[in-house]
Design a protein around this ligand. Structure first.
Ligand SMILES: C[S@@+](CC[C@H](N)C(=O)[O-])C[C@H]1O[C@@H](n2cnc3c(N)ncnc32)[C@H](O)[C@@H]1O
Length: 307
């Protein structure tokens, strides 16, 4: 459901509605959520870079917004719940400010917040920089509220690099050395970002792929948990939550993005929404394809022109 009344959004969500979107400012929604109601907050806030939806293009406003948000997010989260915050960099006159540093400063002032991982989200597409290396990663800060928390590693294991590898000495000699269900995915995730040809692309200029919240939801929450995204955009976190059998409450200030989010949810229910599988490896061009051939000017070894 989509509503512009924060109280109705919260009461619908707490009485069991699976997908609720509040159209409005996230501060109003956060204030209406009873303390300790949310299992996982997963979101990507505005970077204050002058996009249509940014209130300003000053990084100081990002900082100020996060100082305000931190106690509200902390209050909404249950003990043992998680907060996952996905950000990149703010660019000012060609120099960059890592936004996760600022978010970390704000969130870590909350006495019960513990940082568990700083995940690097790596992707291959984006602007080509001319006076610095092109930005090809953003980060996700994963905090828990308190010391005891949910972490279901088995739900997100990935295939071993060498599945047939065995111990070569010691009491377990000859046995497989890796975990039979696959390995821990680690804290560097390669997931294609949503550019023009991505199957999840909508009108939103900065949506994240469903795979990012989906892996977090699988690992950090039990079935039926309540997931909050205060900057929902086109509800990619809501789509991930619904696929994983969790409930979702989101907030989006722009009516067009909120409508697209609702439409994506309808399509998901109808089985017509395109979503890239959360564990699908990145496609690499086959060396036989012409697009993957090394240009002649790189030389045979790749260290300068061929002699
Ligand atoms: C980086 S985008 C999030 C995109 C989202 N992860 C997705 O996949 O679609 C940030 C979103 O926050 C929304 N927004 C900005 N300020 C807001 C506020 N105060 N309350 C709620 N939403 C807001 C913007 O309209 C924008 O869609």
């Amino acid at each position: 459901m989509l509503t512009s009344n924060a109280r109705s959004a919260v009461s619908a969500s707490l009485s069991g509605q699976g997908f609720v979107l509040f159209l409005g400012d996230c501060h109003s929604l956060l204030k209406a959520i009873p303390p300790g109601s949310i299992d996982l907050i997963v979101s990507s806030p505005p970077y204050f870079m002058g996009k249509d939806y940014d209130r300003s293009s000053k990084v100081e406003d990002f900082e100020y917004q996060h100082e305000e948000l931190a106690p509200l997010l902390n209050r909404a989260l249950r003990d043992g719940g998680s907060l996952c915050w996905q950000v990149g960099v703010h660019v000012r006159n060609g120099s960059i400010v890592p936004l996760d540093f600022l978010a970390y400063n704000a969130f870590s002032k909350q006495p019960s917040m513990r940082l568990r991982n700083r995940i690097i989200w790596h992707f291959d597409h984006g602007m080509h920089a001319k006076r610095r290396f092109s930005g090809r990663h953003e980060t996700i800060l994963w905090f828990t509220k308190g010391e005891s928390y949910t972490f279901d590693l088995d739900a997100v294991r990935v295939p071993q690099k060498y599945p047939g590898k065995r111990h070569y000495k010691g009491p377990r000699k000859g046995e497989y050395s890796g975990h039979p269900s696959g390995k821990n995915p680690g804290d560097m995730w390669s997931v294609p970002n949503v550019k023009a040809r991505h199957i999840e692309k909508t009108v939103h200029p900065c949506q994240f792929p469903v795979a990012i919240p989906q892996r977090l939801i699988r690992a950090l929450t039990p079935a039926g948990a309540l997931i909050l995204d205060p900057f929902a955009g086109v509800s990619s976190s809501g789509i991930a939550a619904s696929i994983e059998g969790r409930r979702f409450i989101g907030c989006e200030i722009d009516p067009q993005y909120a409508e697209v989010g609702i439409e994506r949810y309808r399509q998901l229910l109808a089985g017509t929404l395109n979503v890239r599988e959360w564990d699908r490896p990145v496609d690499l061009p086959n060396p036989r394809q012409s697009v993957a051939r090394r240009p002649a000017h790189f030389g045979r070894q790749g260290y300068g022109a061929a002699t």
